[in-house]
Every structure is written in structure tokens, then in C-alpha cells.
Design a protein around this ligand. Structure first.
Ligand SMILES: Cc1cc2nc3c(=O)[nH]c(=O)nc-3n(C[C@H](O)[C@H](O)[C@H](O)COP(=O)(O)OP(=O)(O)OC[C@H]3O[C@@H](n4cnc5c(N)ncnc54)[C@H](O)[C@@H]3O)c2cc1C
Length: 475
């Protein structure tokens, strides 16, 4: 007799594993199938985020930031040390251990919530049946009342620079390098390219970032992008904008990267080249021909605002569907899909999804940029407050950057908050809550913020929107 479940989830990344747990919390029988295999040959739950994305990148960003601060800031604090060195093997051991703890944690959560975590490949057949090919054992067909597809994404490979896993590498390889490359090239100045470039630059690599767009961080507010570009260049990142790679060839001396910019054809040599030009939805081997699921022209599974596919009872969530490729967006879609299956009302507020870049300084925003508000034609006001005037930032020795708030002129509703500076990724949560509750700058102005804290910069930026900043001269 074939197995059957109320819900079968394919993919155990932040979209799938959260959906599975939430569905089980509703009292449904749930299986979650995942085939992820790490470089050590071991399977692990957690998908890209835990194994090869959010978590390992943040572990390395922290290690490299500490190293950088020890080298450049300790003296100012009066701390003397001997020669400071970096043991890349130890740093990578810590990264791997964090990943192991968290991915192992998902297996524990599955057990506690009575989710059957099935290791192997899942394929959606017609009639809400799922073909499961385990890593060990025979293929079986599972009956499901509901199916949630959460197969994630994969790095985009460029024909002019195919990955070889050694010299021309993707973001996953770049997280597992066992030595600091002397010369590192990064194609793409997006979130992933900047984070990875920062890690290896702080550890001593000469980093060149080649970006086809003319505008740096085109998706961010211009004021924030300006501060960030200046700081990254000061840190030694050589960011070439309006530069399009035409080829990358591996030779004896490393990788020769040819590109074109407004001055014509250019060439550089690097030891490693990270290609971080974006990710594509991953649906390879996921759908039987007669599954009834449709993909759009870019390969995303077509869904409505509630993540329903064209097949009744089949949902798709996370990176394999439209919207920003972010772990927190993926997880919230997982919660929504499970709640809808359980018959509850649920929605994801796609207008209030925070974006964070974990560089130094950190960059975070939520809502609209000033250019977007301007284009909408709605009269607006802005308030900014620099971290240079914030006591906590001074104590941290991290005074670069600012908080900028954009609000409607008529009813004072906050439309966007943009932060570049220390702990921007933490500070943005207050802004996310404010936008979720349609708060005004007056709401933030009248909210007490602890002193001394970085969050006071958010408070002061809200005051500055009405020219009432108290610790800065209003302009
Ligand atoms: C270097 C890097 C850094 C990142 N940093 C951040 C960050 O700081 N913050 C953030 O929000 N996002 C970050 N991201 C993006 C984030 O990782 C993704 O948005 C997130 O992982 C998407 O979750 P998902 O569950 O949709 O897909 P995934 O995490 O990709 O998981 C999909 C899972 O499904 C499995 N699977 C696919 N097909 C099948 C099948 N047919 N059968 C069985 N299993 C299958 C895959 O093996 C995988 O385990 C980063 C990404 C990268 C690469």
C-alpha cells in the first residue's frame, strides 16, 4: 500500500521546512522531501540558506570583520596584540560547525513536530502524487492531499565563464575556499558579490568587482548607495561599474577576465573568479510532464498572490516563485501556504519585505526609495540622521552612515526607511514593524528609544522629517 500524507513538501530550505513544521502544528500529517548534499557527501536539511547561503556567509563575514577590526581598530581602543594572523582552516571549521548545528537542528524540529523528513528526490506526478526516490532504497509513490513545492534556486552560470569549481567558482565554492586568494575577481556587485568580496578583501585579497550596471546598488536608495560605495572603495574594493565581462579563461597564471567599459576593451588577471550574477529558479527533475504545473518565461513556477499553482491543492513557495529571493520571504510564504491549507486566513505583505546586505557598513531598507516615491507623484518629506552624531556608534567606533526616513507630506505615513551603518540589519526590524502597522513619523517620534543605542538614530531621523531632530542641527 502506498504511503499517504495530508501535506507533502518538496524541498527543506527556509520555505519548505517552515511550511512543513507549520502544517504539522495544524495537526496534519506531513512529509518533507529533500535531496541536498554537501561537499562532504552528507545530506542535510536547510537548503541553500543554511548550507551554502545566509548562514555560512554571515559566519565568515563575522570572522573576517573581527580580523579586520583587530588589525585596524584595536590600537585606537588601547588594545595591544602581537602579530595578528588568520587561520583559514580554523575559520572554516567554525563556519562548518555552525552550519552543522543549524541543519541538524531542523532534523530535531522535524522529529519534535512529527514531520517525516525524507532524504532523496521528489517529483510531482499528476493527481497530487509524489514520486520519492530515496538516497537508499526503492522508488515509491506517495499520495498527498496537498503538495507544497519549495525547490529553491541555483546560481546562474554564464556561457562566457563556465564554472569549473576550482578557478571560476559560484558562491557556494567561494564560501568554502581553504586559502585567501591573492587576487580575487567578482562578477556582479549585488548582495552576494559584495558580501563575498568583503569577506576575502578583509582577509587580505586584492578584490576587483566587475558590474555591468552603471549605478551602484541600483535597487537601494541613492543616498545609501553613495555612502556604501565610498566606504567599500575606502576598504580597498575596486568596484568597476558599467563594465561587462566578455570572457574568462583559465590559464597558468590564473584567470584572465576580459571586459568592456566606456573606455573600451579591458583585461585583468585574478587567481579566483567568483561569478555572482544572480540565481535562477531550480525546478530540474521536479515536475512530471503531466503534472499540470506551469512555468513562466524565466522558469519560475506560476502562482497567484497566495502561492497557489494552477493545480488545485498544489502550492509553490520561496525562490522557485516570483518575488525577492530572500529566506524570510520564503519562510513567510511557507507559513501562509500551510495556514491556507488548514483553512485559515493568511497573507504575505509583499510591500513590507526588508532587504539587508551584511557588509561593513551594513545596508538595510524597507519600503520605497526616494526615487520611487518621487515617481509616484505623492508629496513627501525626508528626515536623516548620521551615525556620526550617535553616542553608541561613536563608542563602537562605527560612525559611517545614516538613517533616512521618507514619509508622506499629507498624513505623515512612513513610506520607506533606509539605513547604512552599524547593525542596520537589526535596526531595520523597527522600521518593518512601523510600515506593517502603517505608522507615522510621529508614532516613531513619540516612541521612547533606549539611550545610548543605535536605534536612537531611527528616532532622530523620524524627528528630522519634521525638522525637530534634537541632537543634530536641522537643515
Ligand atoms: C551566498 C548567499 C547568501 C545569502 N544570504 C542571504 C541572507 O543573508 N538573507 C536572505 O534572506 N537570503 C539570503 N540568501 C538567499 C537565500 O538563501 C534564499 O532566498 C533561500 O534559501 C530560499 O529558500 P528556499 O527554501 O526557497 O530554497 P532553498 O534554500 O534553495 O532550498 C531548496 C531545497 O530544495 C531541495 N530540492 C530542490 N528540488 C528538489 C527535489 N526535486 N527533490 C528533493 N529536494 C529538492 C534543494 O536541494 C534544497 O535543499 C543567500 C543566498 C546565497 C547563495
Amino acid at each position: 500500500m502506498s504511503k499517504s500524507y495530508d501535506v507533502v513538501v518538496i524541498g527543506a530550505g527556509p520555505a519548505g521546512y517552515i511550511a512543513a513544521i507549520r502544517a504539522a502544528q495544524h495537526g496534519m500529517t506531513v512529509a518533507c522531501i529533500d535531496e541536498w548534499k554537501n561537499f562532504d557527501g552528507k545530506n542535510a536539511f536547510g537548503g541553500t540558506c543554511l548550507n551554502a547561503g545566509c548562514i555560512p556567509s554571515k559566519a565568515l563575514l563575522e570572522s573576517s570583520e573581527l580580523y579586520h577590526r583587530a588589525e585596524h581598530e584595536f590600537k585606537k581602543h588601547g588594545i595591544t596584540t602581537g602579530d595578528i594572523g588568520i587561520d583559514v582552516a580554523a575559520m572554516q571549521k567554525r563556519r562548518a560547525s555552525i552550519v552543522r548545528q543549524l541543519t541538524g537542528g531542523i532534523a530535531g524540529l522535524f522529529k519534535a513536530n512529527k514531520v517525516d523528513g525524507l532524504v532523496g528526490h521528489g517529483k510531482l506526478l499528476a493527481g497530487k502524487k509524489v514520486e520519492f526516490t530515496p538516497v537508499d532504497g526503492d522508488v515509491e509513490t506517495i499520495d498527498a492531499t496537498h503538495v507544497i513545492l519549495a525547490s529553491g534556486s541555483a546560481p546562474i552560470e554564464l556561457g562566457v565563464a563556465p564554472f569549473d569549481g576550482e578557478n571560476i567558482i559560484d558562491s557556494w565554492n567561494a564560501l568554502e575556499l581553504d586559502a585567501v586568494p591573492q587576487r580575487l575577481g567578482v562578477i556582479g556587485a549585488g548582495v552576494i558579490g559584495l558580501e563575498l568580496g568583503s569577506v576575502w578583501a578583509r582577509l587580505g585579497a586584492e578584490v576587483t568587482v566587475i558590474e555591468a550596471m552603471d549605478d551602484f546598488l541600483f535597487m537601494a536608495d541613492r543616498d545609501v548607495a553613495r555612502v556604501a560605495a565610498k566606504d567599500f572603495r575606502k576598504q580597498g574594493l575596486d568596484i568597476k561599474l558599467g563594465a561587462r565581462m566578455t570572457s574568462a579563461k583559465v590559464g597558468k597564471k590564473g584567470v584572465t577576465v576580459d571586459y568592456e567599459d566606456k573606455s573600451g576593451a579591458q583585461s585583468i588577471e585574478v587567481d579566483k573568479l567568483i561569478v555572482a550574477v544572480g540565481r535562477r529558479p531550480f525546478t530540474d527533475g521536479l515536475l512530471a510532464e503531466d503534472s499540470g504545473i506551469a512555468l513562466d518565461e524565466r522558469g519560475f513556477i506560476i502562482v497567484d498572490d497566495e502561492c497557489r499553482t494552477r493545480v488545485k491543492g498544489v502550492y509553490a513557495i520561496g525562490d522557485c516563485v516570483r518575488g525577492p529571493m530572500l529566506a524570510h520571504k520564503a519562510s513567510e510564504e511557507g507559513v501562509m501556504a500551510a495556514d491556507l491549507i488548514a483553512g485559515e486566513l493568511a497573507e504575505v505583505n509583499y510591500n513590507v519585505i526588508p532587504s539587508v546586505i551584511y557588509t561593513a557598513p551594513e545596508i538595510a531598507w524597507v519600503g520605497k526609495t526616494e526615487a520611487e516615491v518621487q515617481a509616484s507623484g505623492r508629496p513627501y518629506k525626508t528626515g536623516s540622521f548620521p551615525f556620526a552624531a550617535n553616542g553608541r556608534a561613536k563608542a563602537l567606533e562605527q560612525v559611517s552612515g545614516m538613517v533616512k526616513i521618507i514619509a508622506a507630506e499629507d498624513d505623515d505615513e512612513i513610506l520607506g526607511v533606509h539605513i547604512v551603518g552599524p547593525m542596520a540589519g537589526e535596526l531595520i526590524s523597527e522600521a518593518v514593524l512601523a510600515l506593517e502597522f502603517s505608522a507615522s513619523t510621529e508614532d516613531l517620534q513619540r516612541t521612547i528609544h533606549a539611550h545610548p543605542s543605535l536605534a536612537e538614530a531611527v528616532h532622530e531621523a523620524a524627528l528630522a522629517a519634521d525638522r525637530r531632530a534634537l541632537n543634530y542641527i536641522n537643515k
